[in-house]
Each structure stands twice: as structure tokens, then as C-alpha cells.
Ligand binder design. Sequence first.
Ligand code: HEC
Length: 724
Amino acid sequence: MAGLRSLDIGRLSILVVLLIGTVAIITKDQWDWIFSPDEAETQGVSAETLTIDDDEVERLYRISPNNGSSVSYAVEERLAGNDSLAVGVSHVVAGDILLNTSNLSLTEIGQIRVNVEMFDSDSSLRDKRLRHDFLESNHFPFAEFNVTSIDGLDLVFADGETHEISLTGDLTVKETTSQETFSGWVTVTAEAIQAEVSTVILSSAYDVGPINVARLAHTEDEVTLTFSLVADRVEAGSEADADLETDLPEVAIGGGAFAATVQPVLEENCVSCHISGGPGWDTIAFDTAHDAAVIADDIALVTQIGFMPPWLPGGDSPEFEHDWSLTDDEIATISAWVADGGGLDVAPDTKLVARTQAFIPIEPDQVSPPRDGPYTTAADESGEPLRDDEYRCQVHEVEDPEGDGTWLKGHEFVPDQKSIVHHSIIYVAPDAARPEIAQISARDELPGWTCFGLSNLNTPGVYSIGGWAPGQAPTRYPDGYGLFIPSGYMIVNQTHFHHEHEALPDNSAIVLDEATAEQTDGITGIAGSSYLTPAEVPCTPEEEAIAAEREATIDDYVNLCVRENVIDEIREKYDNFATFIPGFMIQNCGGTIDDYNDLDGSIGHCSCDMRARNPGTIYTVLGHMHEFGDSYRMTLNPDTPEEKVLLDIPNWDFEWQLAYDLVEDIEITTDDTVRFECWWDRARLHLPEPRYITWNEGTVDEMCFSAISVLPEPDEPGVFSLVG
Ligand code: HEC
């Protein structure tokens, strides 16, 4: 069994560098659910009521939850490589219609509100994800439609007649209000009004899509919204009967062989991440057997396609230590259980218990909080953070009372406010950087400084030593090796915050494991380099055409399919220096842009050969791209008889970036060549404005970044030259 036991060694997860790239709407605030219950919080709905002014000609009809009304969405979804139509329905709708029988065109439709927390589809996993990650319905439980004009009502009223209508009005979803026109039919009788109207909206316009979970699910931007409304006739002055408690339909669980077969696989391979406090618990909790049974189909799906457990290397990759992927037998066991109905032969409330501890924390010799105190982001008067995504650097001092430097055997980032801390990158900065740090820290009143991608320090000698994202184990160096921090040097930690609705004070700390005197005796410094290679992904011909048309028709439109315009934008966003980076990468690898900017369909590919920089035994390999990343490959001595693939990631996932520890001892010298190849798929992210993608720090920029760390021969001075 491929157990998580292996993770405790932790060498695997030296995440050498985890750089940037998050688009707010698909940023899964991974820890949010720790603080919020699993199920819908707001179960009812209510809407403004209308009143009858003229008994003779007016009749009041009321839409109330569960009277047969529904609101549904339908969107084309690509789930695990298969196209299907995802449909979700909420029956929790309210609204009033005031019909004027003498002149139908005077009919008034009041506010129609729908509880979007109650959207129910054929996948409880989809419902959960939609509720919490996209609609954020715990914060915005209602969508509403305020009709401003009605077209198509015939002037002559007859009971039971069906009219073709269209309703134009303001649709509010989450925080966006926009005009939409729904069309369909309506039938009016003395007892009830029935209507069905629909329209196609763009999910991007309301910041609720397109949904993109790398390797798992993508949706189209266009979503069909349908209101199937039944409004029952009510007496004048009738109180709204709307705020009914409604439960989501229970998922029926049948019987099935669970305890002897599936439970051990889950407890061994999944539960440690998916129980309270674990990194996957916010998305899916496996606290009890019931939790697993209600999403049995989804468990089969995510394990069959290798989405879970999250292990990216595949294809031609060599064997790595601590491979926590499932064996074929384990996958088959789960599939067989699901094919049999995915039921339980234990009580549903049977606790699932992790049989292995995923991550063993470091026993701290030093706990170093941010030197200048907890960081609380800037907020407006109501306390709402001014920014969603923010990158902040802070100093963490390394105590060194003897003044002779510190050998580290390991280190760990310990997040404080887990609901907002998205990931972190840890750097070492020399004493000489202190004046620069003082200067840039003074740019605003808050502790630390704004930094993006890297540490933003220009003093030479700043380099990254690790990083953290939910689920990643602490860094631990192998026997005989360590990392030396000279006296006076400090740690600079860059935290990527994803703020939601409150400005929380964050006091995340760096925990250090110092080498004992015994360990320090004969210790060798670990060595490593990062390799920065081009990222050039032009627009597709279709995108070029869209951008050209906008350029021709929209005043001051900047055509970002033109590379120079993107470089200008980078200058404005960052600085002059940032504009040289893309060209510098090309220069480094030889040739011209034309050698790198090929596009095959929506896929771009850059390949670059470089000399290896550090001799020794390869310890870890890492590849890094942003969210357009599609696949990655690192090959030692390509096109020679000794060619050896060091890392192959056929299906990239920004969420899971690890440094992988090779099982085989592979020696590398400075005479060796390494080929770094990155593929990007423009279709992975929705770009409202098409743009040429090139190397930089932003969410819409890309990187092809690689790192190799080595164990030098004992006593060889190791050079650690990862870029900071
Ligand atoms: C190393 C920690 C870890 C392990 C081990 C792990 N998961 Fe996960 N899982 C996560 C995290 C984190 C997420 C949310 C991240 C994401 O959606 O990309 C997640 C997401 C999921 C999802 C939701 C998918 C979605 O995005 O809608 C399912 C289902 C799931 N895991 C099942 C499993 C199963 C079954 C196993 C064991 C076979 C497993 N996981 C093992 C961490 C883990």
C-alpha cells in the first residue's frame, strides 16, 4: 500500500520555490471551511411583498419555496476529460406578482429571490464546491431578479391562456448586478400563474466562473439560467409565507462492503489530509463513513484519474521517494465498491481514523514570529480588506547568541490565520540587506513591505530556501547535510494572503530545527541552483482576431496580443527591470523569440538546454509554472545515449508543487546538460482580454522555472544559488 507514512520523512516536500499566480475567482480559500459548517447555512428565502390597490382589477400571486417553483442553472462541464451538462436546481424561491386583469401590461412583478445555497445537482461534491468556492453563498446566499419591463403580455386577458413573454431586469448574483432579459411563456388562471423563462448569462460577468479546477473540472463561461415559477393566488394583505426552513435532499446510502476493503484504503491514504485541521478537510471532510459514502462516485472519479491523492509525476518520471499515489489494486477496490452502490456495512457515524500521520511537525529549537509584529492588511471603513490578493514580505530574525552562525537541519512555516494564508516562500537575506529592508519597510505604515513573486530585495545574496502551501510537509535535510545561516543573516518570508471579508492580524511564524553539536561535526551544506528558462505563449489566431477587432472599435483599446504592449504593461505594473526579464531568458538559452513562441492549438511550448551548475548527487528536482501550466519535463543529457528523464509531469497542477526526491542516486557534474521544457495551455484559464503571455510574476504571466538541489561530496563547499 502506498502509505502516507512515507511523508513523515519530509524530504520530499522541500518546496524549493513556490511562486505566484492566482486568479481570485478560482483561488480556493483552502482553509475557509474549517471555520464554516459543511452544509448550507441559510435555508429559507424571503422577498418583498406587493399589495393590492384596486380589488376590481388586481390579483396578487405569490411564489413561495417548495410550491413547485424552481430556479436552475445548466452549464457545459468537462469533468475528468468527459463533457457533460451540469444542472443544479434550487426550489427555495420567493416573489410576488400583481396581475392587472383590465390591462395586463400594468402587471407588476416584484423582486424574485432565490436561495443559491440550496442549489442541488447530481454531485454533492459539485454543490459544495459551487457553494463555497464560486458563489461564496455563505456570504451571498441569495440571487435576485428585479424586473424593470415585461414584453409580450396580450392586452386582452383570458384565464388559462399562454403568452410568450420576455422579462428584462436587473440580475444580482454575488456582488454584481447586471441587466438580463429572460424569455419564455406564462399561463395565468384564477388560482395560479405558471411561467418558465430562461436566459444565458456569462458566469465571468458575475465573478462566479468559469470554474477551473486543474486536472479535474472546467466549465464553459455561458450558463443557462431558468426560472420555472408557480405563483399561487393569495388574498390581499396576505403575509409572506416565505421564510420556510428547507433541507437539502438527503443522499440515500445503501449497503456495501466498506469496512474490510475501502475503509483501510481511505484511512491509509486519504484521511490524514481530510480530517479536521488537515489540508483537504476544508474541501471534503472524511470524518465519518457517511462522509465518504455520500460522495462515493466522486471518490471513484478522483482516484481513477489520479487527481487524489495529489501526486503529479507520471509518464517517464523516474521513481521518487514517498510516492503516495494509490496502487492499481487500491483504485480497483474503490471502483468495485462504487460499482456495487458505494454503500456501508458499518454505522454511518463510524469514525474514520488516519492510520498514518501525514506530516510530522518540526520540534522547534527556535520559533521566530514576524520581527515587526503581526500583519493586518489595510481595510476600508467597514473593515473590508482593500485587496483580495496580497503578497507581503516580513523579517524573521534568527537568534544566534554565540555569533558563529546557525546550521539548520530543517525549518517549517507555521500559518497563523489559516483562512487567509495561501502560501509562503522563505528566503535567507544577508546582514547587508538591512538598510534596504529599512528603506522599503518605510513605504507604508504596516509591518514589512509589499513584495511580489520574489523578495523584491536587490541586495545580492538573497536566496529562497523553501516554501509552504497547505498540505506540504516541513523541510528536513538528510543525514550529514544542512543549511548554514551566517551570523547576522535573517529570514525573509513572503506570504501570499487571500483576504476574504475581514482584515485579520496574522502572526505566522518560522520554526527552525538547529543542528546539534554532534550533527554539526562534519556537516556539509546542501547545494542547489534554479534554472530560469523562457515562457512565450502568443495569442491564438482567434484571439488575435478578437483583439484586433476591439482595437479597431474601442477607443484607447490596448491590444495585448502584441508582445510589446504586454511588456509596456509590465513596466507600469512593476518596474523597468521587470521588462528585461523575458528577453534575458531568451538570451540565456540562445536564439530569438521565434525559436520559442510556437503555438499548437492552444498549447505553447518552450525548451531550453543549460549546463548543470552544482556537482553532486541529485537530491531533489522541481518544476514551476503558473496556472496556464499544462505539462513539464526535465531531462538530463538529452539526445545522448545517457539521456535520463529527471521529472515528467504530464498534467500540471499549480496547487501541488513539490520538490521530488529521486530514489536512484544520480550523479551530476558541471559538464552535464539539462533540458527544461514547459508546456502551457491557454485554455486552462479564462482571459477576458486576450493577451500574449510571457515571463513575469503576475497571475496572467507565466514562468518556466526549475530547480535542482544536490548533495555535494562531503566537505565540498556547497553553493546555494536559488534565486531570491
Ligand atoms: C496530501 C493531502 C491529501 C491527500 C493525501 C488526499 N487529499 Fe484529497 N484533497 C486535498 C486537498 C488540499 C484538496 C483540495 C485541493 C483542490 O481541490 O485542489 C483535496 C480535494 C479532494 C476532493 C475534492 C475534489 C474537488 O476539487 O472537488 C476529493 C473528492 C478528495 N480530495 C478525495 C481524496 C481521496 C479519496 C483521497 C485518498 C485516496 C485523498 N483525497 C487524499 C488533500 C489531500
